[in-house]
Structure formats: structure tokens, C-alpha cells
Design a protein around this ligand. Structure first.
Ligand SMILES: [Zn+2]
Length: 303
């Protein structure tokens, strides 16, 4: 942008601080998406996979020490990347953290824009937000590998958490956050749920267990206050009532007894490009994604 004349200056003063920060946020999210969206299957697109991993590490490193959790699968070492951010200073740092995670791998042959470059882009902006303005609780951000191979990165990490007897206040799995369709009947559901939920795919979904109902209520309330439609579903005990609800990195946390919530645009129940070559940047709704990120920042600050 070049220096503005007087007319432009007046226009700038009319913009509210909220609008400014929203534009910055959208710009940052788009930058992350442009870097991460590419073939990055850990076996068949190793170059893209390494590039995405390196980009996340570099972004995390702006805000603190990046830790690597290595795990082995089929004789090869894989990496989950972690960043710990402290709570704001009068609060005890020993409180159990909120763990927020997104997977960075894709299925072969898909550039993984919605699945899950959107989750990674939001994860990186949550890092910026909670590093520059700490939350009441410590925050741990994790980028998981090998989600698409059977939640392997998160399963290995949960074993490590249990070995260390580490409690968590809450776990959030960011799983596809940027696809929105406002036309009627654009949203599909597992059997029976369509009677209770909207038929337009313009909301962000929160899927938890009975244990997490107070958190689902609090988070959805804060997200709606930012202007984004939000729906929540308690999927019973460990999601066994609606098996579709177990298809991301929160499921190993449920199985280990942690409070965990998946945040999602509902994947193939809304997005026709799911796991296809066409899961590209042009299909995403950046205003929707920005709204999800802003809603999560407010929601997480309220926990
Ligand atoms: Zn996927």
C-alpha cells in the first residue's frame, strides 16, 4: 500500500480498530494458507511435507522454544511440533494447560486446503495471539503428523502425556475450518441429527463429550458473540453414539479420559472437495475462516 492522500486518510479514520485487526488477521491467515497448501503426504510428497513442517517450526519459533515430539512408525521417525505459551503473569503457571492441535499431513493427491491447512493457519494465528497477549491458562499448541494414517501422531503423543501423568484443562482439535455454504440443504448430518441442526452449512461445529458440555456452552456462546453461527453436539461417551465424531486427533484424548473438543466445518458432510485434488484455496471462504479464528481467540480466553 502506498502513502494515502487526504481523502484516503479520512477513510482510514472511519475504520474501527476491530476492522483493522480483522483485516490483519485475514491477511496473516491467507499468508499461512499460501505456504501450507500443497501436496504434503508424508510418504508420496515428502518435499511438500517437509516444507510445511519447516514453515510451522519457523512460525512457532517467533514465540518461544519449539519442542519436537518424535515417534516411530514403520521404521521411520515422524515429528509432532509443540509450542508452550505461559499464562499471564499473576496467574500460576502450574495450572493444567489448554492444548490446541491441528494436523499438518494430507492424504495422497490432495493439496489439503480445508483439510487441514485451515487448521494449521488458525493454530499459527492462535500462537501469535496468545504469545502477544497471554491467556488466563497456559496454552500448548501442537501440530500433529500422520493424522490421515490413523491418528498416529496424536495417539503417540497421548501415550507420552499419560506416561508423564500430565493433566490438561481442555484439548481442542482444529479439523477443517474454512468451508462455508450458505445455500439451503448444503449441510448433511449423520442419521437423525438433521432434525436438530440447521440445513445451511454456514456454522462452525463443536463436537465434545458429556464431560465437556460446560465448555461447549461457554465456547459456543463466546463464538456467537463475535457474530459467527456456531452449533455444538455432545457425542456421548467417547463419541461412541455417533462414530463420525471420532475422525480426528481429539479421539485418542477422549479414549484416555481427557476433556477434548473437535472444532470443524463438518468435513465431507459439507465440503464436496474433501480428500480430493480440488481441495484448493479458491474453494475456501476466508471471511468465514477469519470469523472462526476470531471466535476461537475469544472463546479460549473465556475458559
Ligand atoms: Zn482428512
Amino acid at each position: 500500500m502506498c502513502h494515502a492522500g487526504n481523502g484516503d486518510k479520512n477513510h482510514l479514520f472511519e475504520l474501527t480498530p476491530f476492522r483493522f485487526s480483522s483485516l490483519n488477521l485475514q491477511h496473516n491467515l491467507l499468508t499461512h494458507l499460501q505456504q501450507v497448501i500443497r501436496d504434503r503426504d508424508p510418504y508420496l510428497a515428502t518435499e511438500g511435507h517437509f516444507y510445511a513442517q519447516h514453515y510451522i517450526r519457523q512460525q512457532f519459533a517467533q514465540w518461544g522454544t519449539v519442542e519436537t515430539h518424535e515417534f516411530e512408525f514403520k521404521g521411520k521417525l515422524h515429528q509432532n511440533l509443540l509450542l508452550n505459551l505461559p499464562a499471564y503473569s499473576p496467574m500460576p503457571q502450574s495450572n493444567p494447560p489448554i492444548l490446541i492441535a491441528a494436523h499438518y499431513d494430507t492424504v495422497p493427491g490432495s493439496p489439503g486446503a480445508d483439510d487441514n491447512a485451515t487448521g494449521i493457519a488458525v493454530l499459527l494465528e492462535l500462537a501469535r495471539s496468545f504469545a502477544t497477549e497471554p491467556a488466563r491458562l497456559p496454552i500448548r499448541l501442537v501440530a500433529f503428523d500422520l493424522e490421515e494414517s490413523g491418528l498416529l501422531g496424536s495417539k503417540a503423543y497421548v501415550v507420552e502425556l499419560q506416561r508423564q501423568h500430565q493433566p490438561l484443562r481442555l484439548m481442542l482439535s482444529l479439523e477443517m475450518l474454512g468451508y462455508c455454504d450458505r445455500t439451503p440443504h448444503s449441510q448433511r448430518y449423520p442419521a437423525g441429527l438433521n432434525y436438530f441442526y440447521p440445513d445451511r452449512g454456514d456454522f462452525i461445529g463443536l463436537i465434545g463429550t458429556w464431560q465437556t458440555i460446560p465448555d461447549l456452552i461457554r465456547l459456543s456462546h463466546q463464538i456467537r458473540k463475535t457474530g459467527l453461527p456456531c452449533e455444538w453436539l455432545p457425542a456421548g461417551h467417547r463419541g461412541k453414539i455417533v462414530p463420525d465424531t471420532r475422525r480426528s486427533d481429539h479421539a485418542p484424548f477422549w479414549d484416555a479420559g481427557y476433556r477434548a473438543i473437535m472444532v470443524t466445518d463438518t468435513a465431507n458432510l459439507r465440503n464436496p472437495h474433501y480428500h480430493r485434488r480440488s481441495d484448493r484455496l479458491e474453494t475456501l471462504d476466508l471471511d468465514f475462516l477469519t470469523g472462526v479464528c476470531r471466535g476461537l481467540i475469544e472463546g479460549i480466553r473465556s475458559v
